[in-house]
Ligand binder design. Structure first.
Ligand SMILES: [Zn+2]
Length: 299
């Protein structure tokens, strides 16, 4: 079979089949299950998104995640439970603290909505599989890294390291319970290793511009990208295709944003442009639409 044919003949019966059943294909009795799963993912995703805001705010500052309870940065008033409902409280308070009226940045409800959106999307794409929790973890860790990279220009070790080992453990457990082929675990490991080595070489060669946070985060991202097969029969060499799609896309997005910012004179070549967000977005897209992206790329 020609390579193109191989890519396009991905197993249609796979429970992991990305987005194939979202539009138009008959899911029969599973559609109720899909709706329940999506709604649950949305509600829990909002609550988790609220916690991600705490993580993204406190970890880069070296603060504890549990103490003290959330306070208004303006008046130091503890935030009441009814003012702490994701998105809704922000809307009801019109984006201001109830006590002192200082504006609450729009990034808070945005992160909550983004996390809920990612969770609903992944729940619909992956369905009720055992690897679903690991992909939700991957997406949420990725979202926190996007926020810290944009705000602080770094991917904190504490988030990258814990995000990686917990993610790897959840993926391995989920894969075993799903009865996944051994080759998938080998691919995931090779994918994490390959992207890590590539970023290490790039970071050393570029001497600045790429932080070592980007290098370390590549392990987590590569694991989750490469676990998803591109070919009909998952093979070890297919890992190169998965990671190549993610890497190409990350440079495409990162480069596009960098050029856009330079044109708008919002950044110059000397100032470091956050590359982490481009890597996270590219890896999520490659994990979900890897085969479609590769087909489109190869024409
Ligand atoms: Zn206040």
């Amino acid at each position: 079979m020609e390579p193109h044919a191989l890519i396009l003949h991905r197993r249609t019966s796979s429970p992991y089949d990305p987005l194939r059943c979202l539009w138009g294909c008959d899911v029969g009795g599973d559609s109720e299950m899909a709706v329940v799963l999506a709604v649950a993912a949305g509600v829990i995703g909002l609550a988790v998104g609220s916690f991600l805001n705490v993580v993204a705010h406190r970890v880069p500052l070296g603060l504890s995640l549990s103490h003290p309870p959330s306070r208004c940065p303006g008046c130091e008033q503890a935030i009441r439970p009814r003012d702490n409902i994701p998105v809704l409280s922000w809307l009801l308070l019109r984006g201001r603290c109830r006590a002192c009226g200082i504006p609450i940045p729009v990034k808070y409800p945005f992160v909550e909505l983004a996390n809920a959106g990612l969770w609903v999307g992944l729940a619909l794409v992956l369905g009720p599989t055992w690897v679903l929790p690991s992909y939700l973890w991957f997406a949420s860790v990725g979202l926190v890294l996007i926020v810290t990279d944009l705000e602080h220009h770094r991917l904190p070790n504490r988030i990258v390291l814990h995000g990686t080992w917990v993610g790897a453990l959840l993926l391995a457990l989920g894969g075993v319970l799903d009865g996944a082929e051994v080759v998938r675990f080998l691919r995931a490991t090779a994918g994490g290793g390959a992207w890590f080595l590539l970023m290490l070489v790039i970071a050393l060669a570029a001497r600045g511009g790429f932080g070592f946070g980007d290098v370390k985060a590549a392990v987590l991202l590569g694991l989750f990208v490469a676990y998803q097969p591109l070919l009909a029969e998952p093979a070890w060499f297919d890992v190169l295709g998965s990671v190549a799609v993610a890497v190409f896309l990350s440079f495409f997005i990162g480069g596009g944003v960098a050029i856009g910012l330079m044109l708008l004179r919002r950044a110059d070549r000397k100032r470091e442009i956050a590359f982490g967000p481009a890597m996270v977005v590219a890896s999520l897209a490659a994990a979900v639409w890897g085969d479609q992206l590769l087909s489109a790329w190869l024409g």
